[in-house]
Design a binder for this molecule. Structure first.
Ligand code: SF4
Ligand code: SF4
Length: 272
């Protein structure tokens, strides 16, 4: 068992031998262009992407979420996954460097992915259990030998590092998606989403530009009762769209009453 009462099997294998930290625990770390390892961590690395990462990269690069997914991501397939995830695609060269690394460092720094902000910390969220349906994240210190940041001056608490790196400010959005991954619907590991459910999840989380069209330009509004002010916001407000997508997925995947079907809704194709 770990310090938080979670079983070892709740933690991804790669983190089981790492030092676990609580939110107010301290660690020594400093990263700046003067470190001898500058940019070393931006090559040949597995970077899981959150839906917010895709959205921010899309806005930063001036392309759609669909294009970011096609151009810059990989979709690992693993039978144990309950929901699909995306990873940043490294360049197809010997060095396998990140497509966004430049001589001066990260070229998308203000919109860099969540994992890049968190490093050298990693986080794991245990699966939900009956009686504990919103498990708290667990934090781990990654002490990679190539990273010399651990011998630099400077110290942070876990919470302080998250603030410093701009993680905390989007915590609510990130948490709403994390809660889908650890949703009680999956308790016991017996239930699996259908391929159509997986596709819906993928669109509504990662491909938000397509999801916006699905809500605003399909028969969606004929079928579901959505508040007018919410619909207006969804046209232009990306973060409102993200909040709505988490609400929609709770209804569509887990049958929670977060969305109301219109009384005069046309019959769904499944019922025809
Ligand atoms: S996105 Fe930026 S910080 Fe993250 S690996 Fe690429 S270059 Fe490095
Ligand atoms: S100190 Fe660590 S995080 Fe910073 S550039 Fe070096 S390897 Fe990357």
């Amino acid at each position: 068992m770990t310090g938080t009462g979670n079983a070892l099997e709740d933690i991804p294998e790669a983190l089981r031998d790492k030092k676990q930290l609580e939110a107010d625990d301290n660690f020594r770390f400093g990263c700046h262009p003067g470190v001898p390892c500058f940019n070393t961590c931006c090559r040949d690395v597995n970077i899981l992407l959150t839906p917010l990462d895709i959205l921010r990269l899309a806005r930063r690069l001036g392309i759609s979420t669909t294009e970011v997914i096609a151009k810059h991501t990989l979709k690992p397939i693993n039978k144990q996954m309950t929901l699909p995830v995306l990873m940043l695609r490294m360049n197809d060269t010997g060095e396998k460097e990140c497509p966004f690394v430049g001589d001066e460092g990260c070229t998308v720094y203000e919109d860099r992915p969540w994992s890049c902000r968190m490093y050298p910390l990693a986080m794991a969220v245990p699966p939900a259990r009956a009686g504990d349906e919103s498990p708290e994240p667990m934090y781990f210190l990654l002490e990679d030998s190539f990273c010399k940041g651990h011998v630099e001056a400077g110290g942070f608490t876990v919470a302080g590092w998250r603030d410093n790196q701009g993680v905390t400010e989007h915590e609510e959005l990130e948490r709403s998606y994390r809660e889908l991954h650890s949703h009680p619907w999956f308790i016991g590991g017996v239930r699996q989403l259908t391929p159509a459910g997986m596709e819906m999840y993928f669109m509504a989380t990662y491909d938000l530009d397509t999801f916006r069209r699905f809500v605003l330009e399909s028969t969606f509004q004929q079928r579901f009762e959505i508040e007018e002010d919410v619909i207006e916001k969804l046209r232009t407000d990306d973060y409102a769209l993200m909040q709505f997508s988490a609400r929609w997925l709770r209804y569509a995947l887990f049958q929670e009453p977060t969305i109301k079907v219109r009384e005069d809704a046309p019959p769904s194709r499944r019922n025809r």
